[in-house]
Design a protein around this ligand. Structure first.
Ligand code: ZN
Length: 83
C-alpha cells in the first residue's frame, strides 16, 4: 500500500481484492502470498457481477465495477518474489 492512499482508498482496494478472490480471478502465490492474476474471462464477468450486486458501501454499482477493474490493472500474472 502506498503512503499516499487514504484510509478509504485502502478499504476500497481491499474490498476490490476480496471481490477478485471470490470470483476466482486472482490467487495467492502458494509460496509467497502475493496475489497473481489468473486468466479466466468468465471470472472477469463474474467479478463485475459481484461488484454490481454487492457494491462497496456508498458507491454505485458502476463505481464498484471500476474499482474492481483498477485493482485488476495493478496486478500481474507473476508473483514479484518468484523467479
Ligand atoms: Zn511467489
Amino acid at each position: 500500500m502506498g503512503a499516499g492512499l487514504s484510509r478509504k482508498a485502502v478499504q476500497i482496494e481491499n474490498w476490490a481484492t476480496d471481490t477478485l478472490l471470490r470470483a476466482n480471478l486472482i490467487a495467492a502465490c502458494p509460496e509467497h502470498g502475493y496475489m497473481r492474476l489468473r486468466f479466466n474471462h468468465a471470472a472477469i464477468d463474474y467479478a463485475h457481477a459481484l461488484a454490481e450486486h454487492a457494491p462497496f458501501p456508498g458507491m454505485t454499482a458502476g463505481q464498484s465495477r471500476d474499482a474492481v477493474d483498477k485493482a485488476l490493472d495493478r496486478l500481474s500474472d507473476d508473483c514479484p518474489a518468484c523467479d
